[in-house]
Design a protein around this ligand. Sequence first.
Ligand SMILES: [Cu+2]
Length: 227
Amino acid sequence: MAYPFQLGFQDATSPIMEELLHFHDHTLMIVFLISSLVLYIISLMLTTKLTHTSTMDAQEVETIWTILPAIILILIALPSLRILYMMDEINNPSLTVKTMGHQWYWSYEYTDYEDLNFDSYMIPTQELKPGELRLLEVDNRVVLPMEMTIRMLISSEDVLHSWAVPSLGLKTDAIPGRLNQTTLMGTRPGLYYGQCSEICGSNHSFMPIVLELVPLTYFEKWSASML
Ligand SMILES: [Cu+2]
């Protein structure tokens, strides 16, 4: 989860988020270079009186300042498309979990099991135990095996919601009447927090998401205890 006054992203827990962080740094570096150049030129123009009064046109420099931005745009667009297609890929998932957004809680269904489903409500502030996170803890966590490809199916029962877990690089809209699909792959065990990311009504802030990524053997024990 994020810590107070955090400026950057959360640490990556999935390969996709790793890629997204690299792409963010790459794009930010380009932005820094352009900003520095523009600032330098502005300061130069403000502090000198160097003007070439007889210059009417300059073909060479115009060619450069047309082609150079085009190359920079390509350098951003190509890696961006690469990640876009990687996120779209569903490669042979070993587990499917369906989540439905409700006003205002999430419900989960492990569709590979006969009868494994539950609702996940936020724990109200007055019922929190010491050390628990306000507005982020839920009564039933989504337990999932780590280092496995999981297919998340996301939909909604009433209004638009959005199922988001920042450290996994996930944010998928939950749309009534439509089943959205995304791949979830955690590389580390732990607790991962997210929140509904679509303004969905008066209790929009009170429908958090908590993933508990565990090794496969623990997941098997948990699923057996839930049946
Ligand atoms: Cu919502």
